[in-house]
Design a protein around this ligand. Structure first.
Ligand SMILES: CC(C)(COP(=O)(O)OP(=O)(O)OC[C@H]1O[C@@H](n2cnc3c(N)ncnc32)[C@H](O)[C@@H]1OP(=O)(O)O)[C@@H](O)C(=O)NCCC(=O)NCCS
Length: 140
């Protein structure tokens, strides 16, 4: 028996994908994530970037990691409730015990006339942690 043809759904991605980056997370902010102006609260975006940023370092470190530093964080455009946020990450540096990543966030908005805009980018460093909470070497 033939299976029915898959429905055609337009594919949306940034026109210029971040070089060598991987899509690590997607999420849509809800009204509970808004600030007093009705835009999305910057602290909520920072938390999502921290979650997304940890994906590749956890893979590289093959175990427990902790965020040691947010070296740079830029809010380029406001984020609105209902924007579909895509988080792209790439590893910038692997040190003795740390992994630094660059994260770019793109918002897909306005379904009637879809647009994709870069809203945020950040650099974060994560440290591989042993059972005693101390840094451990990154496996090579
Ligand atoms: C992460 C932690 C274990 C690191 O311990 P530490 O004694 O400060 O470790 P070190 O000074 O040896 O630094 C460890 C690595 O982090 C890097 N690092 C430390 N501070 C940094 C900073 N401000 N920016 C970038 N990298 C930094 C070091 O260069 C080193 O990397 P390398 O080994 O690849 O060269 C400790 O700081 C800690 O527990 N912090 C709290 C983590 C946390 O609760 N995060 C939030 C929730 S996950």
């Amino acid at each position: 028996m033939n299976s029915p043809a898959a429905p055609q759904v337009p594919h949306m991605a940034p026109c210029t994908l971040p070089d060598g980056a991987e899509l690590v997370m997607r999420v849509m902010p809800m009204p509970a994530d808004a600030n007093a102006n009705g835009d999305v609260f910057g602290g909520w975006i920072m938390a999502q970037v921290d979650l997304a940023g940890a994906v590749l370092p956890a893979r590289v470190a093959r175990g427990r990691i902790a965020t040691v530093a947010v070296n740079q964080f830029v809010f380029k455009q406001p984020v609105s409730i209902g924007d579909l946020l895509s988080f792209y990450a790439r590893v910038e540096r692997v040190g003795n015990t740390s992994v630094t990543v660059h994260v770019e966030v793109y918002a897909e908005r306005n379904p009637a006339d879809p647009q994709i805009v870069k809203v945020t980018e950040a650099n974060l460093t994560y440290v591989a942690i042993a059972a005693d909470g101390k840094p451990r070497p990154i496996p090579r």
